[in-house]
Design a binder for this molecule. Structure first.
Ligand SMILES: [Zn+2]
Ligand SMILES: [Zn+2]
Length: 110
């Protein structure tokens, strides 16, 4: 330990602090529930992101034609046949107008 310089010690200290801060931030983020967000003045619905991911298209803005339940079966079928061009089209999600998210109703009122 004799050959460790002061700057190396300082560097280690800063690294440790940064690591702790990162871990703490991750835990704090996971720890926040919607009620805690509201108590902190954050939006309950979006956590101040001002947008909510579309549940229909999972935020991608497009869905596969044929509905949710038929997709996997059709894909499996085409894989079995060896057809590399499955005829499942991507269509724009009508629920979110293909944006993949909505403006948060709570925040857009402000
Ligand atoms: Zn959508
Ligand atoms: Zn909001």
């Amino acid at each position: 330990m004799d050959n460790i310089t002061a700057s190396e010690v300082a560097g280690f200290g800063v690294g440790a602090v940064l690591l702790c801060a990162t871990v703490a931030a991750t835990k704090v983020d996971a720890f926040f529930s919607s009620s805690q967000r509201s108590s902190l003045g954050m939006c309950k619905r979006c956590g101040n992101l001002r947008r909510l991911a579309c549940s229909t298209c999972k935020g991608t803005g497009s869905i596969r034609e044929g509905g949710i339940l038929g997709i996997k079966l059709v894909e499996d079928l085409f894989e079995t046949i060896g057809n590399s061009e499955p005829k499942v089209k991507q269509i724009a999600c009508v629920k979110c107008q293909a944006k993949g998210y909505f403006s948060c109703p709570n925040c857009s009122e402000l």
